[in-house]
Ligand binder design. Structure first.
Ligand code: TRP
Ligand code: ZN
Length: 874
């Protein structure tokens, strides 16, 4: 039997806090290895009982209750906290602890990132700073004083407004910050270091001027310009679209190199992984720029959805994350191409979230059981969570959704609330019943919607029969129907859009332009009337619900949609369906892919179509091997998938060689610009060059080297490198060494060099990655290096799943090392192993062996234990 020393927590066990903290005054004496923290809390009893504080890896120095020192008899110290018996109903508690930031490799709590001190408190890191009620429903007003050496740490930052400063002895100085907004401890932040500061302001809609400061490593000032613009755009957008204005007088962002995740929304003092702040033409790709914009937006939008209104408990994480991802997606879509953004979001759900749903770690967007909270910052909570919000938006329309938002903010500003409170606000503001819709919060797994359409020429009617079914997931066997908004439209054979009506009246058009059907039962039929021929349907338009669609459509119909659908996303979707059919057929029949003349003609028209070049690039790109693997729930045919993907691209390259040549010539730009148009052009230009090198490597290798050498921006340079490596061209070594040489001192750029090699679709990539682990710039202590080289490799279908198991061993060994230094990062690397049951028996055995080996590690971290145990469960 497997036993665990790690305790599970259940959502149903929630109890309101027995004590609350009104104010907290923190004083930090910063030292590398011995930082002292003095914490004075005004505490109020709510219910009878002992007072239990959370605390981990702390050295207790002293405790005082209402000014009197306590002795060890007065309290009980445990591995996870401190218990005080017989405390009064209202008291002042002062606790002094000592911590060791320099040895903090887990990057949770207070740690050093190169020369600077910084913090990461979400989800439960504050308890590594001091004893506290480290739970999101305890909201306190924080005042923080930081004392440190002035020469080494000229900037001392914390949340809120600066209210005091002064000089101390021995070259020390101090600064006091006060945050007037009560907040949970996970939003606390402290930074101390030496930086370059990019300063600007923002004038809010009500006329207040906000100071905006972005702190970066010295020498990087220019690379913070774009982030500043993104921040100003975020602030303006939240006012215009959501009516939400910033509240403090200053907003600070600090970029650090050592960070486990993307960024953190600490009140008034965001801390960012430097990869989401630093960006310029030379070192950042277009995708990097867009990611900076989206993460800057995301953290800013948290100020209302997360900070002003926070989570009651961590099971409600999607309350802030799903909603804030939805908001950042809308921000990016309003500023850039809505269709391109939507396609990228759809691909994340299908390739990563569906996988998670099909894994032993499957969980609802609001989990019921958690061992290690850090394991639940997932694509399910974040991205499926955002899809659930998007469905509400689809059901209510923009106006109704915003009405619900206003209600949510009015009712809950300043509170710690639940997902239920959010749905209830949407419901009440719109007079709707979302009782069925709530199942999206409690049910895990990806619903499958199966559709049949039957045309009756005598009556001119089409019967659409729909069924929905959600497969069983770990711990959840019987599933119920969910409320699914199904957007659809229909065309005739010539591609003319059809007006739809049902037997019970006209079908109202949704504001998106499609029609909206609401599925609420396991089986439903809709009768569409007044049709003179069998229509070509586009179902689940814009991916209106996070479900799989089982609807067989002949190639002829897909070609109609590809050529004529009004929504760009639908045209891309049609292309993907065509590719998928070809790939699956090739794998099933074990035969080569052959493009029909009809299809070639359609693709040629697409290449020349008068639509956004970025969309053409996306539609001319078949699914990746990893995306195709998602379509094999039972046994993923690794080798056949890789072969089919290669073949399909080869076939497209050959058939459209002249078209790609023309596209390359048309869309290649000599002057650099960072506009939507220029970005779109670069994507089509670089894709064309890739296909040309695939069609005729001898002829185009030279061109590729020229493209690389002549590039005046990172997008083109990186694309050329990737083409050379992924197509294994003769110039591969030349470009790899040139790139490695040029960027050896720019870790964020070198990460691209690592990632390109780690994602190379060959079995030999495992040897390459193994060698790169010894590269002088590679280190396991920096999460960005681990992600770019090793997490990338672990998602490489061909390389990671090398039949001899060397890929598994390589990653397994790294996980074993990170178990003791950075369990959060270790746990992220483990994710691909949770899929072990989806491979052939030989690979299953090898993967399982790795999991069992890791399970035996001494001091196995909770993060790993939770995932390994659920993976090995029979
Ligand atoms: N709240 C952060 C976000 O989504 C996520 C985050 C940042 C995080 N750092 C973390 C979560 C560390 C867990 C651990 O923007
Ligand atoms: Zn977030």
């Amino acid at each position: 039997m497997l036993t665990t020393e790690h305790q599970a927590k259940y959502r149903s066990d929630y109890r309101a806090p027995a004590f609350t903290i009104e104010t907290v005054e923190l004083t930090f004496h910063l030292h590398e290895k011995q930082t002292r923290v003095i914490n004075s809390m005004r505490i109020q009893r709510q219910t009878p009982g002992a007072f239990e504080l959370d605390g981990e890896q702390l050295k207790l120095v002293r405790i005082e209750l209402d000014g009197s020192p306590l002795t060890p008899d007065d309290y009980q110290l445990t591995a996870t906290g401190l218990i005080l018996d017989g405390v009064p109903d209202s008291f002042l508690l002062t606790i002094e602890t000592e911590i060791d930031p320099a040895s903090n490799t887990a990057l949770e709590g207070l740690y050093k990132s190169d020369g600077a001190f910084c913090t990461q408190c979400e989800a439960e890191g504050f308890r590594r700073i001091t004893y506290y009620l480290d739970r999101p429903d305890v909201l306190a007003v924080f005042t923080t004083t930081i004392i440190a050496d002035k020469a080494r740490y000229p900037y001392l930052l914390s949340n809120g407004n600066r209210v005091g400063q002064g000089e101390g002895e021995n070259g020390q100085h101090w600064i006091t910050w006060h945050d007037p907004f009560p907040k949970p401890a996970y939003l606390f932040a402290l930074v101390a270091g030496d930086f370059d500061v990019h300063k600007d302001t923002f004038k809010t809609v009500s006329g207040r001027t906000i100071d905006l400061h972005i702190f970066v490593d010295r020498g990087n000032l220019e690379r913070a310009r774009y982030a500043m613009t993104a921040l100003q755009n975020s602030m303006r957008w939240d006012e215009q679209r959501f009516g939400l204005e910033y509240d403090l007088d200053i907003y600070m962002i600090v970029a650090v190199d050592f960070f486990n995740m993307g960024a953190m929304e600490n009140k008034g003092l965001n801390i960012f992984n430097s990869r989401y702040v630093l960006a310029d033409q030379q070192t950042a790709t277009d995708q990097d720029f867009l990611a900076v914009e989206s993460v800057i937006g995301h953290e800013y939008f948290h100020n209302w959805t997360g900070n002003r209104i926070t989570c009651r408990d961590w099971f409600q994480l999607s309350l802030k994350e799903g909603l804030t991802v939805f908001r950042d997606q809308e921000f990016s879509s309003d500023l850039g191409s809505r269709a391109v953004n939507r396609i990228q979001d759809i691909r994340i759900i299908r390739s990563h979230q569906f996988n998670e749903d099909a894994s032993p770690m499957a969980h609802p967007i609001r989990p019921d059981k958690v061992i290690e909270m850090n394991n639940f910052y997932t694509v399910t909570v974040y991205n499926k969570g955002a899809e659930v919000i998007r469905m509400l938006h689809t059901l209510l329309g923009e106006e109704g959704f915003q009405r619900g938002m206003r209600r949510y903010v009015e009712c809950h500003d300043g509170q710690a609330v639940t997902c239920e409170d959010f749905v209830a606000a949407m419901e009440q503001a719109n007079n709707r019943d979302f009782s069925l819709f709530r199942r999206w919060y409690s049910q895990a797994g990806t619903p499958m919607v199966s559709v049949r359409s039957e045309f009756n020429s005598a009556t001119g009617q089409v019967t659409l029969s729909l069924q929905q079914q959600t497969p069983a997931t770990a711990g959840q066997t019987d599933k119920h129907p969910v409320h699914i908004p199904l957007l659809l439209s229909a065309y005739d054979k010539e591609g003319q859009p059809l007006t739809l009506q049902t037997d019970s009246g006209s079908l109202t058009r949704h504001e998106s332009g499609s029609y909206l059907l609401e599925l609420t039962d396991a089986e439903q039929t809709f009768v569409l009337t007044g049709l003179s021929e069998a229509p070509v349907f586009s179902l689940l338009e814009n991916f209106s619900a996070p479900v799989r669609l089982n609807y067989h459509q002949p190639l002829s119909e897909l070609l109609v949609l590809l050529a004529h659908a009004e929504a760009e996303v639908t045209r891309w979707e049609a292309a993907q369906s065509i590719y998928l059919q070809l790939l699956k057929e090739a794998i099933t029949s074990n035969q080569d892919i052959c493009l029909t003349d009809e299809l070639i003609a359609a693709l040629k028209r697409l290449a020349r179509a008068d639509i956004d070049p970025a969309l053409r690039a996306l539609a001319l790109s078949p699914p990746t091997a990893e995306e195709l693997a998602e379509h094999y729930p039972a046994e993923i045919p690794v080798t056949a998938i890789a072969a089919a993907c290669r073949q399909l691209k080869q076939a497209i390259a050959t058939a459209l060689q002249h078209d790609f040549k023309a596209l390359y010539e048309n869309y290649c730009q000599s002057d650099y610009e960072l506009s939507g148009t220029a970005i779109a052009a670069r994507s089509l230009c670089n894709l064309s060059l890739y296909y040309l090198c695939l069609a005729a490597p001898d002829q185009y290798s030279k061109q590729l080297v020229q493209h690389f050498r002549g590039a005046n921006n990172m997008t083109d340079q990186q694309a050329a490198l990737q083409t050379a490596v992924h197509l294994n061209l003769p110039c591969k070594q030349e470009l790899l060494s040139a790139f490695g040489q040029q960027w050896q001192d720019e870790p964020l750029v070198l990460d691209k060099w690592f990632a390109v090699q780690a994602s190379s679709p060959y079995e030999a990539s495992v040897e390459q990655v193994s060698e790169l682990q010894g590269h002088r710039r590679f280190t396991l202590t920096n999460p960005n290096r681990v992600y770019s080289l090793l997490a990338t490799f672990s998602r490489n279908l061909v390389g990671f799943h090398h039949p001899d198991g060397t890929g598994y061993k390589l990653i397994g060994n790294v996980i074993a090392q990170l178990n003791s230094t950075n369990p959060q990062v270790a746990s992220r690397l483990l994710t691909p192993f949770t899929q072990w049951r989806r491979f052939d028996s030989s690979r299953q055995k090898l993967m399982r062996h790795e999991l069992e080996r890791l399970q035996q590690l001494p001091d196995l971290a909770a993060d790993l234990a939770e995932k390994i145990e659920s993976s090995l469960e029979p």
